[in-house]
Design a protein around this ligand. Structure first.
Ligand code: UD1
Length: 343
């Protein structure tokens, strides 16, 4: 079976994808510098799969160390590139760090892939490339216009997509799939792996579960005066395990020569938009836990509403994100309780 190099494989989406790949029989080599993840994640993966992925603690920007990884595993057939800095606010404060990390690592990878004859890459992109789509483009299909990024983080996703397109144009051997994720949430049903935010979470779900666990005093709901049915923002929350499975489909598609174009793009979402207040209410219903919250002002830079049209991914990849929201929220809570038990 083919070997897949998973950069950022100790991270949130990377670890769930590693599990799905290994369960399908793929060999996985993870490279991760552990800057925003924990080595114990490998134990979680091993406990679920019954086997440990190969691992190298390497920064993707370190050309020599990455060269070593490609030399050690000559059977790598595809790369899934998750490794990236991803905090929007931090990217505004430290843009050079973000451009260096996120763009430098992709260039290094593409150079080494070419040198070692690895032809296939799956790239972690984001619905952030669409900004706030106009009403005609909701739900958002892959043909919705790309809008100027609102943060250096978002810009690195756009630039990296373009770098891949330019390189594919120059090198007929390169095959790429760009996956634009909506909002990944939840944890593996085993509660052995999940999201591990460092410090105060910036994303909604980890803040919700930490508040329910009593680690945070109350959730702040950023705005209830948007032009949406209940006034709070709308997103497409996708279960991280469903998202992980889409990566296996993407790899399979490339390795079996089914790609219709050299660079393909897929939006990965459920097709269902949920408001912040709907998430809060459903979470309370499903878990029966108290979740203190307060409505506060809008958060700067927030998009009002965005959700996916996942038809292309459904039809072409033969993939669907259909886990019910209640189950997803229950998995997030189970993971939070598991973290508390470990302490
Ligand atoms: C954010 C990033 C996006 C990135 C994604 C990674 C911005 C503007 N966008 O998306 O580029 O790809 O994270 O997962 O930062 N909310 C609250 N209270 C909170 C936290 C969030 O009300 O404490 C609300 C937000 O206003 C938003 C929704 O929850 O409406 C989701 O927020 P979040 O999880 O941060 O994701 P995005 O902002 O959609």
């Amino acid at each position: 079976m083919s070997r897949i190099l998973v950069t950022g494989g100790a991270g949130y989406i990377g670890s769930h994808t590693t599990v799905e790949l290994m369960q399908q029989g793929y060999k996985v080599t993870i490279v991760d510098n552990l800057s925003n993840s924990n080595i114990n994640v490998l134990d979680g993966i091993e406990a679920i799969v019954g086997q440990r992925p190969d691992f190298a603690q390497v920064d993707c920007n370190d050309q020599a160390a990455m060269e070593q990884v490609f030399a050690t595993y000559p059977d790598i057939e595809a790369v899934i590139h998750f490794a990236a800095s991803k905090a929007v606010g931090e990217s505004v404060e430290k843009p050079l760090l973000y451009y260096r990390n996120n763009i430098g690592s992709l260039i290094t990878l593409l150079e080494l892939m070419k040198k070692h004859g690895v032809r296939n890459i799956v790239f972690s992109s984001s619905c952030t490339v669409y900004g706030q789509p106009d009403a005609d483009h909701l739900p958002v299909g892959e043909d919705a216009p790309i809008q100027k990024a609102l943060s250096p983080y978002g810009n690195t996703k756009q630039i990296n997509e373009e770098i891949i397109r330019d390189e594919a144009h120059a090198d007929a051997n390169l095959q790429a799939i760009l996956l634009r994720y909506f909002n990944p949430i939840g944890a593996h049903p085993s509660a052995l792996i999940g999201e591990l935010p460092l410090g105060v979470p910036q994303n909604l779900l980890p803040f919700v579960t930490q508040t329910a666990a009593g680690i945070r005093k109350e959730l702040k709901v950023f705005g209830d005066d948007y032009n949406t049915p209940d006034g709070s923002c709308i997103r497409d929350y996708i279960y991280v395990v469903d998202l992980a499975k889409a990566h296996v489909k993407a790899v399979e598609r490339m390795l079996t020569g089914k790609s219709a174009e050299q660079v393909e793009v897929f939006n990965l979402g459920t097709g269902r938009g949920l408001s912040v207040l709907e998430i809060v209410r459903t979470f309370i219903e499903v878990t029966g836990v108290n979740l203190p919250y307060q409505i506060v002002g809008r958060r700067e830079g927030d998009i009002e509403q965005v959700w996916a049209n996942p038809k292309k991914a459904n039809d072409v990849l033969g993939w669907r994100a259909d886990t019910p929201t209640a189950d997803i929220l229950a998995s997030a809570w189970k993971w939070q309780c598991h973290l508390a038990d470990k302490k």
